[in-house]
Design a protein around this ligand. Structure first.
Ligand code: GCU
Length: 622
């Protein structure tokens, strides 16, 4: 092959690469607050084709068909939803004759053949489009797709998104037809070394379109993103922004809070950005005891949006945590985004209430949403119920630290998480990682993520779930010896004394020495017990063993002077392919204080009693 040809092909691939990066980049142009926009839901029954060898995407030379402009391969390209027009044509797939899956929902629980399936499935939704309000522009929005999504409308590629737990949207105005639109999504949940999360996790890799899908209608120039929150360290100064998208970027923008008789006008600049600053008088600040939300209305020309926003300040002072200037204790629990009764990803308001009502039964005021951004219904319901939130990106265990693309991916997920939830008063901590092995490359990776977090939002606290170490020759003295600990606002660590490390009695002989003058959150502790299995307290897997483990751990941890919060592992038993003990685990991690069906184990009562005492000790009052 001549040099020129080789050069051309190389250029093509580089261009192809650039194209993908641009697409990847564009998906962070999130449109926030879907709940209060003009939308048309595309939830419901979608056709699907299992394409394990990605034959509908790669040609037999394993080159992606959608990046080659050669029409000759239309019939193979499943994203074209092509139907033969004459009897001699060869087309080897047909959505119309294929099965259906419910969206939102993973494929794993809907089709027994797909329970353990990790791979590629094509989804297709047909829809007619009648504009709600003669919208000028239309976007397609996905709450989340696990893990990699390639999206096509009427055969046109809209873009690609990586990351199973963050929203993305693409503009479709110019591709829409009135009748018979064909929306095709290639979904691949294969685990990869360079991905985020990477190959090994302790949760079930539910695949599919797992959250809401909707058409969003907006005027030509519209309010895409905004932040209306208190300035860092202030109890009455609003400091935020409003971002417009469209042709008329420089214009007047109004912010009003009717209940507080606030009506303020600002002007957006040539980039569509308006800086918002004003005094907040006589406002009731958001707190777990009084989760007050205000209707906030933002308008710019034809574009109007309302949001329910709470105002509060969150800070640290030495080892104290201050909410609205008052010291408090985080009575927390970890949660996975799973409805154990349906054995599927949780996504709806009902799913959120199911889990959060259990949190309330425990007398908690805080949840650690592990280990990835949960759906927006969970965050907003928690805000209404007065439950504070730790939100985390799945930088979990052994990520590919030296891989630039992996870092970009993690940073994109972080950006999307903060963009979506930065107006939620109950979100108080952003976490950039969980149980990551100490190394220079890792610490660099995480420190860069912290830098990005503070750049995007300096009003909240930053942390990560670190690991414990023994520091001296005395194996019963524990500490957190991690170079990354200096960069976090709240020092959080996971420890499993009594389960992975010794038996519960070891807690009584162990002590902690934490050298940091920072608030401490023990972000995980616990052990497995199968609901209904009863024995003496030394018998592993029994409720009595777990109960004893909680008693001893709470006693031990309560002695840490800087302790300001706990999030035991975990609220409810959850699915994990790593948990295989027959008759006990059967594919479930059994560390819940509730079973997956919501049955309370003995440890539930120990933890609740401990939190009742803590609540009295830290009574803030209204
Ligand atoms: C780890 C990890 C969890 C896991 C838990 C366990 O610390 O962070 O994701 O499920 O321990 O072992 O049960």
């Amino acid at each position: 092959m001549k040099t020129v040809q080789i050069l051309f092909i190389v250029t093509l691939f580089i261009l192809g690469g650039k194209y993908v990066n641009a697409q990847l980049q564009s998906s962070s142009d999130q449109i926030i607050n879907i709940q209060h926009r003009d939308t048309i839901s595309l939830n419901g029954q979608w056709k699907y084709i299992v394409d394990q060898y990605e034959n509908g995407y790669y040609n037999y030379r394993y080159q992606p068909i959608d990046q080659q402009e050669n029409a000759s391969q239309v019939s193979e390209a499943i994203f074209n939803d092509y139907h033969p027009v004459n009897k001699s044509e060869r087309v080897e797939y047909d959505f119309d004759l294929s099965g259906e899956l419910t969206v939102p929902g993973s494929w794993n629980y809907q089709d027994e053949k797909l329970f353990y399936y990790e791979g590629n499935i094509w989804y297709r939704k047909k829809f007619d489009y009648n504009s709600l309000k003669s919208a000028k522009r239309v976007f397609i929005y996905f709450g989340a797709v696990n893990y990699e999504a390639h999206v096509y409308l009427n055969g046109k590629k809209l873009g690609m998104h990586q990351g199973g737990f963050t929203p993305f949207n693409f503009e479709i105005t110019s591709f829409l037809k009135e009748k018979d639109n064909s929306l095709v999504v290639k979904v691949d949940n294969k685990r990869k070394k360079e991905a985020v999360p990477t190959l090994n996790t302790d949760w079930f890799n539910y695949g599919g379109i797992t959250r809401d899908v909707a058409l969003i209608e907006v005027p030509e120039t519209f309010i895409r993103d905004y932040k209306i929150q208190l300035k860092k360290g202030s109890l009455n100064q609003i400091d935020g922004f409003i971002r417009l998208s469209g042709n008329k970027l420089a214009q007047s923008v109004m912010v009003s809070i009717p209940e507080l008789n606030i009506k303020k006008e600002f002007t957006s600049n040539e980039n569509g950005l308006a800086f918002v600053q004003f005094q907040l008088e006589n406002a009731t600040l958001w707190s777990p005891e009084n989760p007050k939300l205000y209707q906030v209305e933002i308008s710019a020309g034809e574009s109007k949006i309302m949001d329910e926003i709470g105002f509060r300040s969150i800070e640290t002072q030495g080892s104290d945590l201050l909410l609205n200037g008052k010291s408090f204790f985080l009575r927390g629990i970890c949660i996975h985004e799973e409805n154990g009764i349906r054995s599927d990803r949780a996504w709806s308001v009902e799913d959120a209430r199911l889990l959060l009502n259990r949190v309330k039964e425990l007398n908690c005021n805080f949840v650690r949403l592990a280990h990835y951004p949960h759906n927006e219904n969970m965050i907003r319901q928690a805000e209404k119920m007065g439950i504070m939130v730790w939100s985390e990106i799945p930088v979990y265990w052994t990520i590919d630290w030296e891989n630039e693309a992996t870092y970009k991916n993690a940073e994109a997920q972080l950006t999307d998480m903060i963009t979506r939830d930065k107006n939620r008063a109950n979100v108080i901590i952003w976490s950039v990682a969980n149980e990551t092995p100490v190394s220079d490359a890792r610490t660099r990776f995480l420190t860069n993520l912290i830098g990005k977090t503070r750049e995007l939002d300096n009003t909240r606290l930053v942390s990560a779930a670190l690991e414990k170490h023994t520091i001296s020759e005395n194996p019963l003295v524990f500490a957190v010896e991690d170079p990354f600990a200096q960069f976090v606002d709240v020092l959080s660590f996971n420890q499993y004394l009594g389960w992975y490390d010794g038996l519960p009695e070891k807690c009584t002989r162990s002590t902690w020495t934490i050298k940091y003058n920072k608030p401490v959150i023990v972000s995980e502790f616990g052990g497995d017990a199968k609901f209904g299995v009863h024995a003496d307290k030394d018998t592993r897997w029994s409720e009595e063993f777990q109960e004893e483990l909680y008693i001893r751990n709470l006693e031990m941890l309560d002695k840490i002077p800087q302790l300001r919060g706990l999030t035991p592992w975990i609220l409810t038993d959850f699915r994990s392919p790593r948990r295989l003990l027959p008759g006990i685990q059967d594919g479930w991690n059994r560390k819940g204080v509730f079973s997956e069906k919501g049955e309370k184990k003995k440890a539930f009562f120990i933890l609740k009693e401990f939190y009742n005492k803590k609540q009295k000790a830290y009574f803030i009052g209204k």
